[in-house]
Design a protein around this ligand. Structure first.
Ligand SMILES: [Zn+2]
Length: 459
């Protein structure tokens, strides 16, 4: 028994760690115990493939399952550093005809008082489980906090999210960040403290939407310090290059000694500025040790809506921020809601969109993008013991592909997801050709045409 908790995996590829070797990995009681390089593609007669393995039966008499990954890629569980689980799947009740951020904010805020706690909780759970099915094991979600409507409406979302977090805790971990409403000093600020006392994980907001952004930012820092929680702000999500709330956030981060505990998201204004202005800001962000998140899908959708051609596309300077040494993740943002009508909670899809948006398609770029959905967002969330390393909890996704090139080209549907001590999703069987001649052609050409291209990848 316990075949899920005790496993040896052979012929594993770990592209982020070392592409030159295959690995043998051991898990005991859900913890990584051994990470060993293999000499070559070793034959293991008593190992079974993932397809053959039955987690209920294990492999034979042994209490340790022995599984041959046949060269498939294993990544630590994806970390989605920025979602809005409470809003997901609300598009049927909240439209956005102009496709602008302004209309999305306006329409969502007039609709939100009508959402029941149960409805919000269901949406959170549905989208979190969907993300888990694609390999995400950790999520930071921002939460609507509609204090302008009423204290009850604002706290309803917090209650729903806390309940969903608890229900999902054995499978996926959620961090909850309520978004302080803009101009919120004119409101019942005590409700924000109430949310913090209820046990949310940090504090968020979107000060660039405020008429009093500096005052908002100062107050958010004051609350964060009082409750000793990290800060994660939507920052300058606009095409207006003069919008610079980032300057005040950077300043406060340093003056309050909050370096390493502040994350800034979107940063679209940086994409509209001159190089000279942007480079100065990026330098100061690095100096304040800010962490960052880009939301390429949502920003391609929402930004540039007021432009006539040439139309700006809004995605921040992903590569320049990364090269400045700032940990920057790519994340999902919204799923099927007025802010973003698409998305499925699959970070590999988001990394691909990031690759298009930021012109990051070289072999080394693809490897960087894989880090932007794994160890980099883990750093953003402050996760410790995350990597595939002896002593750490084993949370991972196995993908049906053997190189990063194959992952980005095929976005494999077939994934095996292991979270908190067991496989939570096994992949369906491979699609089979019904026609025998086609099956034969496919087999033959697949052997000649493959994604293995390590020499090219190193260049
Ligand atoms: Zn967002």
């Amino acid at each position: 028994m316990a075949s899920n908790m005790n496993m040896d995996l052979v012929n594993v590829r770990l592209p982020v760690e070392d592409e030159g070797h295959l690995f043998r990995l051991s898990i005991r009681e859900g913890i990584w115990t051994q990470i060993q390089k293999q000499e070559a593609n070793a034959a293991h007669s008593n190992a079974v493939s993932l397809e053959q393995w039955n987690p209920q039966l294990g492999t034979g008499q042994s209490s340790v399952s022995f599984i041959d990954l046949e060269g498939k890629i294993l990544l630590p569980g994806f970390v989605d550093a920025h979602m809005h689980l409470d809003k997901s799947f609300s598009l049927t009740s909240v439209e956005n005809r102009s496709g602008t951020l302004e209309e999305a904010v306006r329409n969502y805020s007039s609709a939100s008082p009508s959402f029941t706690k149960n409805e919000i909780k269901s949406r959170i759970m549905r989208s979190a489980l969907q993300a888990l099915s694609f390999g995400t094991t950790h999520i930071r979600t921002h939460l609507d906090f509609n204090l302008r409507s009423s204290r009850e409406v604002a706290l309803r979302t917090i209650e729903a999210a806390l309940e969903a977090k608890e229900a999902l805790a054995p499978y996926i971990s959620l961090q909850l960040f309520p978004m302080c409403p803009y101009n919120f000093m004119s409101l019942d600020v005590d409700a924000v403290e109430e949310a913090l006392k209820m046990g949310v994980d940090g504090i968020g907001g979107a000060p660039h939407l405020s008429l009093t952004p500096k005052e908002d930012i100062d107050y958010i820092f004051k609350l964060a310090e009082k409750y000793d929680v990290p800060i994660d702000l939507h920052c300058d999500e606009t095409d207006n290059p003069a919008m610079r709330t980032i300057d005040h956030i950077t300043l406060r981060t340093k003056s309050e000694g909050y370096s390493g505990r502040v994350t800034v998201d979107h940063l679209c204004a940086l994409a509209s500025m001159t190089d000279q202005d942007a480079h100065g800001i990026i330098e100061r962000m690095a100096d304040a040790r800010l962490k960052a998140v880009s939301l390429p899908a949502a920003n391609l959708y929402l930004q540039g809506r007021h432009d006539s051609f040439p139309v700006r596309r809004g995605v921040t300077r992903l590569k320049e921020i990364w090269e400045a040494g700032i940990p920057i993740a790519v994340a999902s943002d919204n799923i099927h809601d007025p802010f973003h009508p698409f998305g499925r909670g699959d970070l590999l899809q988001i990394a691909l969109i990031g690759s298009y948006a930021a012109h990051m398609g070289r072999p080394d770029d693809l490897r960087t993008l894989l880090r932007m959905i794994t160890d980099v967002p883990a750093k953003v969330l402050g996760l410790t013991s995350y990597e595939v390393k002896a002593g750490n909890m084993a949370n991972f996704v196995i993908l049906d592909g053997s190189t990063p090139e194959e992952l980005f080209t095929m976005l494999p549907e077939r994934r095996w997801v292991y979270s908190q001590g067991s496989f939570v999703r096994m992949a369906a069987k491979k699609t089979e050709w019904q026609d025998k001649a086609l099956a034969h052609f496919w087999q033959e050409v697949s052997e000649n045409v493959s994604f293995h291209n390590h020499e090219f990848a190193k260049g």
